[in-house]
Write a protein that binds this ligand. Structure first.
Ligand SMILES: [Mg+2]
Length: 258
């Protein structure tokens, strides 16, 4: 069993439920990559056009995201983090959800199209470093743009994608081995997200929480993916508590747009 646990780290505590979640715009109130693009890169209009193109399946998320991040090149990476620490805020209910999940053996796995050092810095800022370090994060990363350059100088960094998929980070890769576990060993799987970076994960779990009013809701309706909406993690916590207590099935919880 040791090898299974190594490949599936969220099984280490033998949970009955696992909570996968997007980071930007889901755990946080704003999307940090959108913030960088809109304020330090090519701006909101072009970014929104890119998102529309992905939803309409005219372009891959990977290409639009690469463009967005390349447009932020003028700002050193440590400066990007500094700006984000000043402007990105945590979802109002996440802290309570985080503590409840830990007390109730519901591992939280962060699946993100963003870059790991940014996610780690923001989580350490919101939760404290020790708490933040307990979360498994699977995401894209950052690297020096060319040898001899530092990521913390102008034009010094670039995004490094998690895999070769058109998503840049195909979130289904991490979820599917859990979903494929045999009956009796397979935990109930949740996912929470808000936008185009979540399309690869949307069909993989037992219950999908899509942030009200965001692109993921539209996508789920287009693709007939069952979901329920949330405004903040307060809503998610209320629903997950019911399910964990056996008072609500994941099927009945997928009520669609409210
Ligand atoms: Mg997001």
């Amino acid at each position: 069993m040791g090898s299974t646990t190594a490949a599936l780290p969220a099984l280490a505590t033998k949970p009955k439920f696992i909570f996968f979640t997007d980071f930007d715009g889901t755990i946080t109130q704003q999307d940090s990559n959108d913030y960088l693009t809109d304020n330090l890169g090519y701006g909101g209009e072009r970014r929104r056009q890119g998102n529309q193109d992905v939803l309409a399946e005219r372009r891959d998320f990977r290409d639009t995201f690469q463009e967005m991040m390349d447009s932020v090149q003028g700002t050193p990476f440590d400066q990007c983090i500094k700006v984000l620490l000043q402007h990105i805020t945590l979802d109002a209910g996440f802290l309570a959800f985080f503590h409840w999940a830990r007390e109730n053996n519901v591992p939280i796995v962060v699946l993100s199209g963003g870059m790991e050092p940014i996610i780690r810095a923001l989580l350490a800022h919101f939760l404290g470093k020790e708490e933040a370090d307990t979360l498994q994060i699977v995401s894209n990363n950052v690297a020096q743009r060319s040898p001899g350059k530092s990521i913390n100088e102008e034009g010094g960094w670039k995004i490094v994608f998690h895999d070769d998929s058109g998503f840049g980070h195909d979130k289904s890769i991490e979820i599917r081995p859990y979903a494929n576990l045999p009956e009796g060993e397979r935990p109930v799987l949740f996912y929470a997200g808000d936008g185009v970076s979540d399309l690869s994960a949307a069909k993989e779990t037992d219950l999908l929480f899509a942030k009200a009013g965001r692109d993921l809701v539209t996508y789920c309706e287009q693709q007939n993916v069952p979901f329920t909406t949330f405004e903040s993690f307060d809503d998610i916590l209320a629903t997950v508590k019911y399910i964990v207590a056996g008072k609500l099935s994941v099927k009945d919880a997928a009520t669609g747009r409210k």
